[in-house]
Design a binder for this molecule. Sequence first.
Ligand SMILES: [Zn+2]
Length: 144
Amino acid sequence: MEEKESPVRGSCIFCRIVKGEIPSTIIFEDDILVSFLDIAPAISGHSLIVTKQHFETIAETPDEVIQHIALFAKKLTKAMSFALAAEGFNLLMNNKKVAGQLVPHAHVHVIPRYARDGIDLNWRPRKTLPNMLKECAEKIKRFL
Ligand SMILES: [Zn+2]
């Protein structure tokens, strides 16, 4: 894959981790991704999967890179089941600041889950009506 320079690359914390300029607890690395433990974990084992090349969000990330990350995430959850006795997982990718993305470099959180672990990722469901659902689905479907 061709290396692309980005204006933010020099100061991007994840690019610096990828380059080894900032230390991290790496659990896996290949040509496309690096996975390391989150330094501010929701729970022990909370890992990040970051692209080696700088892409801001899922929208800019090439399909083959997304596929590779998804397959690695699956492998990582299996490893967490054996190594950490995880009973479940959250895979989470925040895209853009408004969605809680703190580092503008594409990354996926893999969070091991246990009964009564106290992690709160839940939102309060809003009331909706069948016609609202239908209208919203029609809007989205036009662009798929
Ligand atoms: Zn970056």
